[in-house]
Unconditional design. Sequence first.
Lengths: 616, 374
Amino acid sequence: MLRQLTLKDHLHEYHLFSNRAITLLVICGLLLLALLSRLLYLQVIEHEHFTTLSEDNRVKLQPIVPNRGLIYDRNGILLADNFPSYRLEITAEQIDDMPSTLAELEEIIHIREIDRDRFDKLQARKPRFEAVPLRFHLSDEEVARFSVNRHRFPGVEIKAGLARHYPQGKLGVHAVGYVGRIDEQSLKNIDSSNYSGTTHIGKTGVEKTYEKILHGTVGVRQVETTAQGRVVRILKRTPPVPGQNLYLTLDSRLQAATEAAFGDYSGSAVALDPKTGDVLALVSMPTYDPNPFVNGIDYDDYAKLRDDKDEPLFNRALRGQYPPGSTIKPFIGLAGLEQGLTGVSSSTYCPGFYMLPGSTRKYRDWKRGGHGIVDLDIAITQSCDVYFYDLARSLGIDRLHDYLQHFGFGQRTGIDIVGELPGLLPSPAWKRQHNGEPWFPGETIITGIGQGFFLTTPLQLANATSVLANRGYWMTPTIIRAEQESGQDALLPHRSQIAETLSINDRENWDRVIHSMVDVVHSLRGTARGIGTDSPYRIAGKTGTAQVYGLKQDEEYDAETIPEELRDHALFIAFAPVDDPQIAVAVIVEHGGGGGSVAAPIARKMMDSYLLDEPV
Amino acid sequence: MSTLLSTDHEDAGQHGWQHRLHIDAPLLFALIGVSALGLIVLYSAGGEDMELVKRQMLRLGIAFGTMFAVAHVSPGLLRRLTPWVFTAGILLLLAVLISGTSSGGAQRWLDLYFVRFQPSEMMKLAVPMMVAWYLADVRLPPNRFQLLASGIMIAVPMLMIAKQPDLGTALLIASGGFFVLFLAGLHWRIMIFLGVLAGAAAPLVWHYMHDYQRQRVLTFLNPENDPLGTGYHIIQSKIAIGSGGLYGKGWLNGTQSQLDFLPERSTDFIFAVLAEEFGFIGILVLFAFYVFIVVRGILIAIQAQDTYTRLLAGSLSMTFFVYVMVNTGMVTGILPVVGLPLPAISYGGTSIVTLMAGFGILMSIQTHRKLLPT
């Protein structure tokens, strides 16, 4: 390389450098412009968009759970209330090692398998920064133990809340129902925004039917939070609207007296106020304590209830379907009077059995020797089967079906408690559709004494009795007497509704049938005379016995030799006082045997409790 | 402005004190201005933690002290020391690669018992010094052999640092060396050739990148892809900047910053805090300072009296600009996330000391000029 080539030309280099330096400055300027346009784009053009995003970041909505409405009986006795309870909540985000945290927690707080399962399910559904409950209803001791060890468990907190409690325990559980934790299925049927924060929902009974009124409207707290979800301050607060209190039509004293009257028997009893349709008592025996259900009953305890042969969880009053037996006779008698097929003076001979013309099959009367010559009054008073076999045949199944339908048989009464079943009022059309078979004349005969396909619920029977007591006015049964806004004294009464008015040809026919029913209780030959002798008020009633087990042609029914589960159901319907009916009852005692001896005394105790006891 | 920017020889007499103390007053005031603005933003970004601000002030004090000390080293001495500094830097980098303690997943630190030292910081200054030293004596523009030699001087430390891995610093070192070459008159043809070469090498680079580096590039290309993972930084940063608007939400009132939505808000993403709380106007003020510093640095370079100081001063000023652009580009989402702080604003790091040492060199170059008639 030549020496002169390496000689430096300082002026040339200076110019070269200056040119390059200025080029760089220009490039810098252009880059800066690009950056500033980017900033203008973000800060001016897209400013609103990013402001929205920033607000979304900062402002969170927190639900404020409304207090659930209380439930009282008609006299103001508390049936369902809320009491303070403590629950343990875990925020997954703040836990490093969940399994070991849970293991350590288990040492100081009792955690059941069901709690763990629920916790795991909830955790999978909720965001990690949200607190998820692990245990509800901590005992005072557990709260104290945790408080001492609190420093060991960052991310685990005790929160206070209100929990549902049923102070009367087993009383009226089939009417009041209970709440339970919201599950996947109930989530589908509710407005989830109104239930954000709510943990429990009505599962059965009034708690379920009136869920909307009891729950109230959720409140909202607008809070500013950090990125981790910690609340910095409250921006705005919309208070929740508490649920309304409900006053039921139930009389808890009557309810208690009824439950006690059943003793060890299973069965059901319903008492209505005929004038209003108020459900005064709704009993299904045996009953059970709803409180364990509120926070998830143990598998073992639940299995014990579910597998109990007496089926305490089964709501017999609404869902139990029994043959009405002889309690149907006054209604059929009324149909016969209306159709002119029978009169006060017309009579039939009862030899103790009945045969259809051209048939050899004998339809027995409950009284082996027969009742002799009977008219309608005797037929009802002594419950003569042969008389009603004959009357049913004269009426025919179609007229029978139409008349009984007017008393609500075979259809839901429309009571405001969920789960009611319609019973079954058979007809040839129903049978064709259901069994694909024609209607046989013999089936009409046994329908006349409330057997065969015929099924009613205790509520239906009480309702029909009430219609009879009202001489045709049918009040829809209702469990709600009044609502009450939280914090207010005023009650907003529910209006009773007339569902239907039965118009009959001769209004005296009501009195004729009712007169016979009074004789059932108060005459010397009445089948329920046992409860009538010392009664301070007059009762109209009708006994019934529903066969569980069909006897063969010449078989004897002997209560002593038949196993209990095959013994007849005992039934009794009644209303009192006869001149001014205030209570109508239907009682069914499963496998109780005789209606007059087992079911009627229960009904008497119910009416005594309601009519005679001093109000609280 | 015109008097501040003027570096005419006549002024040297008027500002004799500047020469005696080896201080360039315009540069000093601009740097103080940026640092003061930085402390104000830091107070807000750090959650009104006065301790944090005090620690940063201490760090700034050390940095400014270093700057004054370096300003007293004459360019001549600096030039003589250059090859030794560079060689020492390479050896230290080797030491880091062999035995460096791991910090934050990357090997950057060398534990010298009394202080943890980052040799890569030193190389930010040593590489442009070395390339300027090498080119100072040759006839410019450099020929191919000299380019190759310079290229090796740049590439070796750069690759060693990239290996640590510290992509941001490697990038700054590469650009520091590149600016020396560019200012030395690197041919445009060669630059285009290098550009094409870089484009062709991209897949190769991708192949050798660490997973987290690849992730950053992918995130940059589509931050919404992973909104809770790596994309979160960019998304939250854009929200902070955009919601700041023209005038900002006010000091201490930035919700993105104060409520923890913005990650790394005292360090790499502090620019977003400034943008949120002081808006576009605040950004303009910051950039006014930055532009002033860069222009002042380039003017010092133009007026420098020999090739070594000229190339060095130009490169240091431009590297500072790259620093600013890479950080702000990253925070505004137009560049991938490279862990580089915002110079003189971000909290912490030894980088502020290196940065101020660089300005010390600029001041030295400006104030050691001999007052010769042209």
